[in-house]
Design a binder for this molecule. Structure first.
Ligand code: TYD
Length: 334
């Protein structure tokens, strides 16, 4: 089985590469990644010499570049390449529209022209917009409210239009918030964990009562693996755990795990257009494909905090250079 992972040097892509190499002996993986600020080959250092793995630097926004890889023949394309950080999309949306929409268009075209058997497009619960009560199901209309969410929603529509129009075999997945090793320290869990290690306060947006649903990386990898093997083309699958907490609750858990106290919470100006709550109904993947999450939130969070504690060099490389200022002040930039 030859699998093309786009964006494989990022957080979720690199976790998936590790997962696949561990689970399957006979797998061949091509990692196609532009190595933007969030892509880091350090994430794959331990497997870089594995004969089943190849890295190619390239941009999905450049059709020739991605098509030259797809046209060599692969069994499946899994697209993790994306701009993902909402705060950055508020500062400047352009890269989001380019990578998240035009990049997906190029992939769809390439999959279509080269008769690839399956493509999985990794997307987000944020396309459904804020859900103040109840749960989003796959049939719900999209109501994206940030430039990031709008770019992902556009790409998802494009995927379904390609399936309808050209029979392009694509599946769309909507996942809740991920956490785990190798996540770039701009997202809540790694940002707060690493700030607390060094005794800095953590910037909680607004009142901290926004609700998110969380999934540990390994569970997300097993969900994508299940979908890649058993998912039906043209379909959408929500991937969730049902584990929903407020930002303040998760902050308090991280505070406890890092040995700090609540004086380390700093309430800062809220994110513009901040979605109050996301919640996914994930019955479809559970009943139709037989998947379920295995990792309890507290166990996953402990593993994550331990990983960041044990990998200070990885962190130092991430927060050096031009990212240093952003890491220190990102919430003041909004
Ligand atoms: P984030 O990790 O950016 O993921 P998303 O916006 O995709 O859900 O943020 C998770 C939640 O944490 C979100 O409600 C915003 C909030 N948040 C803070 O309160 N402070 C921060 O510094 C960050 C990065 C996020």
């Amino acid at each position: 089985m030859k699998i093309l992972i786009t964006g494989g040097a990022g957080f979720m892509g690199s976790n998936m590469i590790h997962y696949l190499l561990k689970k399957y002996n006979d797998v061949e993986i091509i990692n196609f990644d532009l190595l933007t600020y969030a892509g880091n080959l350090e994430n794959l250092k331990d497997i870089e010499n594995d004969s089943r793995y190849t890295f190619i630097k390239g941009d999905i926004v450049d059709f020739q570049s991605i098509n030259s890889v797809v046209s060599q023949g692969v069994d499946i394309v899994i697209n993790y390449a994306a701009e993902t950080h909402v705060d950055r999309s508020i500062l400047d949306a352009k890269a989001f529209l380019s990578t998240n929409i035009m990049g997906v268009y190029n992939l769809l075209e390439s999959v279509r022209k080269n008769n690839i058997k399956k493509m999985v497009q990794i997307s987000t619960d944020e396309v459904y917009g804020a859900v103040l009560e109840g749960e989003s199901v796959e049939e719900d209309v999209f109501r994206p409210r940030s430039p990031y969410a709008a770019s992902k929603a556009s790409a998802d529509h494009l995927c379904h239009s390609y399936f309808t129009t050209y029979n392009t075999p694509v599946i769309v997945t909507h996942s809740v918030n991920f956490y785990g090793p190798y996540q770039f320290p701009e997202k809540l869990v790694p940002l707060f964990t690493t700030k607390l290690f060094t005794g800095e306060k953590v910037p909680v947006y607004g009142d901290g009562m926004q609700v998110r649903e969380w999934i540990f990386t390994e569970d997300h990898c097993s969900a994508i693996d299940t979908i890649a093997n058993k998912g039906e083309v043209g379909e959408t699958y929500n991937i969730g755990t049902g584990f929903r907490v407020t930002n303040l609750e998760i902050t308090k858990k991280i505070i406890k795990l890092t040995g700090r106290d609540e004086s380390y919470v700093e309430y800062v100006k809220d994110r513009a257009g901040h979605d109050r709550r996301y919640a996914l109904n994930s019955q479809k993947i559970r009943t139709k494909l037989g998947w379920k999450p295995e990792v309890n939130f507290d166990t996953g969070l402990q593993k994550t905090v331990d990983w960041y504690k044990n990998n200070p060099e990885w962190l130092e490389k991430c927060v050096s250079g031009e990212y240093k200022e952003y890491y220190k002040n990102q919430y003041k930039l909004r």
